[in-house]
Design a protein around this ligand. Structure first.
Ligand code: FAD
Length: 378
């Protein structure tokens, strides 16, 4: 494994860093307060070729590998986790269509996913079925040359602005493990309605909504992958998605460390900067260790993915470690800021809220442990 970066990977990282520092950071607190979707940021990302970051050039993408993607996402998450998760879901959808789609599906949807209008959303979770994805009930019934979708999804990120949904639905209830199939459903398809975005603790500029299907007709050719392969499509999407969430976590840890270091140099207590106190130094050191370990695991996973290796266990490991580490980092950052850390006037308060969901979505920490243990016990 080679962890020196290519010119291309570094260029992508620098482009993302410049956008993050100049455009995203100044707006992040305002978007968090208003819960407005980051439309301008998504337009900028599209302009810079970062929306379809990993999509092959043939379909108008930037053709970055998983390492370039992780490096860019870390920079964006350091500035605004809401923008980063919007981008990571889009890439998860594009990646799934790239992996499982027919040539016609790739030609139709991958170029759209490079644009704000075609933004991706991934609809697996239902009100009664999150970790237990096999228990979904949304039905897709074949009627002639269409499938008709009925059911309800929940927590669907990007749903308010998405043009390209991947939806998991039951095609054959009797087929048990192979009962679920994946479909590409275009935004604004008749019979699909988007509910009100959940009022969230953090990552508030990213919208996660219920999505309702009622007699929603989807052309049969929009099935993604073979009939009954829906769970496989979902699990392979989540393997890549977890590299995204691990990268997002690394970005948040970096932001926490940046804040801790600069505040520790500035804030005085007992006649000296709090950075001179060993208690504060230890929190900074522990966060630096978490940062380097999370970054190394995430980039190692991305490296193996880029080399075409299977990364299910490693992606779960990176996601588990980095997301838990981000929560530790955010806790320490608030602690270093003392009472000010609890004020909405300070960035660490937002980082604390933004970090919390990292151990929940795209598989909770418990589910990551399950994936890792099953792989080791095999
Ligand atoms: C902000 C946000 C955005 C999201 N975006 C999307 C999206 O875009 N698309 C999408 O499809 N979903 C999305 N989700 C849903 C997310 O993936 C689920 O919330 C997550 O998978 C957990 O499912 P659940 O909430 O139903 O919890 P449950 O599955 O009900 O879990 C409850 C608790 O039980 C534990 N648990 C469950 N099963 C086991 C087990 N076998 N072993 C040990 N512990 C277990 C869990 O770890 C958790 O602690 C999003 C969620 C959030 C909060």
């Amino acid at each position: 494994m080679n962890l020196t970066f290519t010119d291309e990977q570094q260029a992508a990282q620098e482009t993302a860093r410049e956008l993050a520092e100049k455009k995203l950071m100044p707006l992040a607190a305002k978007l968090d307060a208003t819960e407005d979707f980051p439309e301008a940021a998504v337009a900028e990302l599209a302009e810079l070729g970062l929306l379809g970051m990993m999509t092959p050039e043939k379909y108008g993408g930037a053709a970055l590998d998983a390492v370039g993607y992780a490096l860019s996402l870390i920079e964006i998450a350091r500035a605004d986790a809401s923008v980063a998760v919007t981008l990571s879901v889009n890439n998860l959808v594009a990646g799934s269509i790239g992996e499982w789609g027919s040539e016609a599906q790739k030609e139709r949807y991958l170029p759209k996913l490079n644009t704000p209008a075609g933004l991706g959303a991934f609809a697996l979770t239902e009100p009664h079925a999150g970790s237990d994805a096999k228990a979904i009930r949304t039905r897709a019934e074949r009627k002639g040359d269409h499938y008709v979708l009925d059911g309800e999804k929940t927590w669907i990120t990007n749903a308010t602005h998405a043009g390209t949904f991947i939806v998991m639905a039951v095609t054959d209830p009797a087929a048990r493990a192979r009962s679920i199939s994946a479909f590409v459903v275009e935004g604004k398809t008749k019979g699909m309605t988007i509910g009100k975005a959940e009022p969230k603790m953090g990552q508030r500029a990213s919208h996660s909504c219920p999505v309702f299907f009622s007699g929603c007709k989807v052309p049969a050719e929009n099935m993604l992958g073979p009939e009954g392969a829906g769970l496989k499509v979902a699990l392979s999407a989540l393997d890549s998605g977890r590299i995204g969430i691990a990268s997002l976590s690394v970005g948040i840890i970096q932001a926490c460390l940046d804040e801790m270091v600069s505040y520790a140099k500035e804030r005085q207590a007992f006649g000296k900067p709090i950075g001179d106190l060993q208690a504060i130094q230890w929190m900074i050191a522990d966060t630096a260790v978490d940062l380097e370990a999370a970054k190394a695991l995430t980039l190692m996973t991305a490296c193996k993915k880029a080399a075409g290796e299977a990364v299910s266990e490693l992606a779960a490991t990176a996601k588990l470690f980095a997301s838990e580490a981000a929560n530790r980092a955010a806790y320490r950052a608030v602690q270093v800021f003392g009472g000010y850390g609890y004020s909405r006037e300070y960035r660490v308060e937002r980082l604390y809220r933004d970090a919390r969901v990292l151990t929940l979505y795209e598989g909770t920490s418990e589910i990551q442990r399950l994936v890792i243990a099953r792989s080791r016990l095999k």
